[in-house]
Ligand binder design. Structure first.
Ligand code: PLP
Length: 390
């Protein structure tokens, strides 16, 4: 098969819900991948922050292959080892008490929303269900997580949306304080708005928001679907912001390339959901959890420090260029504002020159595999710098 065949088949038979780059990837190893004609690409996308260890990292392949050869699926009516081990790793490494396993970021957030509402219901009764989220946030594509998403462009066509969400501007603690009344049960935010354009929240704001949640007994939910599992140079970005939310949701990078989401709960929340309250058929799948265990085992201090070093190298290299307005983000989740080129044009030019790179709103977005070598990183940056500086 050629790339052209695959692109044509996809266009003919797959629902037209994505605007894809004109590349069909056949295989990959580490931070490199190849199309069907054998052209090589350096990967600065990791499948939108999913392939934390790059393409087909050997110990991940071994764990997933082995697990798929001994037990593929059990349903949640039985116990199995990989999920139990993963839950222990997640809780002991983060300080959380319990975890619910889902299959995506949106589902992890659905769990968080249901949990926050039930917790409030048990304590305060019926009419305290509202969840405050931020303008320009992104929390997923289900009808409820679209409601949680604070962007008007997502609130078309699909009404009626789930009620009970209110949006406040980011970094405005007075606005948050004003929005809290007897109907509010939770506050939910990303720490770096990813799809919104790689915009970190102010440290001070996040700490004060946490204090407001404590003062008003609101469930503090942080959506780390994109920032979690080493992406920012810490296991969770909340460590860098100095907060410990009641609930943290994770997904993208956790499985290392297989679909998984997780809702981490502090002891204040961990006994709220009971049998029949929440479930998902594929959750805690053994093969997926075996992959996630390898990702979790990779998250040593040394590994995370290297993520920070790579981040510094990228920032230093890019900030010296005339055509760069700013570099935002943390760790290996970075957004570049350009002075006189459109991000999407630069991304397409990068593709033509052997570099895969993303955009977020008007910015170029870098989400390279966390274990990318300094050598590949420099090679990718060379391609990028040349195109930006043309
Ligand atoms: C990607 C993302 C989601 C949605 O995750 P899916 O796996 O696509 O459902 C939710 N929140 C944030 C912050 C994300 O980046």
């Amino acid at each position: 098969m050629t790339s052209k065949d695959i692109i044509n088949k996809t266009k003919k038979y797959v629902a037209n819900t994505y605007s894809r780059f004109n590349i069909a990837i056949e295989n990959g190893k580490g931070s490199l991948c190849y199309d069907f004609e054998g052209n090589e690409y350096i990967d600065f996308t990791s499948g939108i922050g999913v392939n934390s260890l790059g393409f087909c990292e050997q110990s991940w392949v071994d764990a997933v292959s082995f697990q798929s050869s001994i037990l593929n699926h059990t349903s949640n009516l039985y116990y199995s080892a990989p999920g139990a081990e993963l839950a222990e790793k997640l809780c002991t490494k983060t300080g959380y008490d319990k975890v619910f396993f889902a299959n995506s970021g949106a589902e992890a957030n659905e769990c968080a929303i249901k949990l926050a509402r039930k917790r409030s219901f048990l304590k305060y009764g019926e009419n305290r269900y509202k969840i405050i989220t931020l303008q320009n946030s992104f929390h997923g594509r289900t009808v409820t997580t679209l409601s949680a998403t604070g962007q008007d462009s997502f609130h078309k066509y699909f009404s009626p949306f789930t009620e009970g969400f209110e949006y406040v501007p980011a970094n405005d603690i007075r606005a948050l304080e004003k929005a809290i009344d007897k109907s509010v049960c939770a506050f939910m935010c990303e720490l770096i708005q990813g799809e919104g354009g790689v915009i970190p929240l102010d440290l001070d704001y996040v700490k004060k928001a946490e204090q407001l949640c404590r003062k008003n007994d609101l469930t503090f939910i942080v959506d780390e679907v994109q920032t979690g599992i080493g992406r920012t140079g810490a296991l969770l970005a909340s460590e860098q912001f100095g907060v410990f939310p009641d609930i943290t949701t994770i997904a993208k990078g956790l499985g290392g390339g297989l679909p998984i989401g997780a809702c981490l709960m502090k002891d204040t929340c961990s006994n709220v959901l009971e049998p029949k309250d929440h479930a998902t058929t594929f959750g805690m799948n053994p093969v997926v959890c075996a992959g996630a265990n390898v990702v979790m085992d990779a998250m040593t201090d040394e590994f995370l420090n290297e993520v920070k070093e790579k981040s510094k190298l990228i920032c230093k290299t890019l900030e010296s260029l005339d055509n760069i307005k700013s570099v935002d983000g943390l760790g290996l989740m970075l957004g570049l504002s350009l002075k006189n080129k459109k991000a999407i044009d630069v991304a397409c030019e990068c593709n033509d020159n052997g570099l895969l790179i993303l955009t977020a709103k008007e910015k170029l977005r870098l989400l390279p595999p966390l274990n990318i070598s300094f050598d590949k990183l420099k090679k990718g940056l060379d391609i990028l710098c040349e195109i930006i500086s043309e």
